[in-house]
Design a protein around this ligand. Sequence first.
Ligand code: GMT
Length: 377
Amino acid sequence: MKKLKIGITCYPTVGGSGVVATELGKLLAEKGHEIHFISSSLPFRLKKMYRNIYSHEVEVNQYSVFQYPPYDIALASKIAEVAVLENLDVLHVHYAIPHAVCAILARQMSGRDLKIVTTLHGTDITVLGYDPSLTDAIRFGIEKSDVVTAVSNSLIQQTYDLIKPDQEIGCVYNFIDTRVNKRTDSSDLRKEYGILPEEKVVIHVSNFRSVKRVPDVIKAFAGIAEKMPAKLLLVGDGPEMKIVCNLASELGIRDKVLLLGKQERVEELYSLSNLMLLLSEKESFGLVALEAMACGVPCIGTDVGGIPEVIVDGETGYICELGNIEEITEKAVNILSNPEIHKRFAEKSVERAEKNFSAEQIVSEYESIYYSIVGQD
Ligand code: GMT
């Protein structure tokens, strides 16, 4: 089968969609495809040289006549330029707004029959979809793409409910590379953090936006810490960090909370954890839950968005009602104080991550999509 020239546009900063787009590009390159990242900066997971991977940076000049820098136009121009120069077969954009709309403009500017695949990750639908000034643009981006995918069935349903596009949307789940996302020996790290052998470790990883409900994580952890010696690892940073720290102090558990900030080798942190909490009020998928599961960490998540498509209630963890701290605490204590349940959930988590969300399987699904629109020879 002919190898493809694939352009990828994503938000290059930390975040699940950037992680998925970059890992997808890396794995497609390993399979011999030529990958061109077109974004505002080098995606954060592309720290070294990779064979078959090229990066094209969008430069936005700030002229005094513009009230706002014209990023979207600059991106569309760059995509068109790369599409022509590199003779791209397909462009895979992550997020309808602005990326799909920029891709459509770029296709027109390039004068080529550039095939466009758009993957919806959530925020463009679950947040921007409620903004009437953007709904038509989101619908346009979706309808003019050749293929549209979303990262969960729940997100597909929400897109139809909110945006009502006349376009088929297929579910392609997010994935993990099990060569990297796996349990490692982290006993040294445990000692470094001063975690005592008898202490249970609860972990939360996010960008600390209000949708992540990190205060609920703190409240649930306070309940857990009343019942057993425990530490909470908070990984990531964002706008609610101060509120979260203040709450931990108010509840008298500040000394049990380790603020680790943004971290790269998260698999080492999952590997020293006994439980992951993801208590969001919006979450199209919950990549962090999948990463934790792949490292054998049972998860408790809220009954929101795509979370129940990742965590299986009573099998790999528990699904709880949003904001029901009592229920979350009770289920967390149940897992942490019962070694048999913990072991079963941990094993099932790894099994589910490998069986349903392996990179091998999902990258092939994307490859089939590309071939279905560009042909195979
Ligand atoms: O969750 C965020 O705030 C970041 C956002 C992103 O753009 O990376 O995450 C979204 O995409 C991830 C990858 O598909 C999903 O795992 C997250 O669930 C989704 N976030 C939301 O829906 C809030």
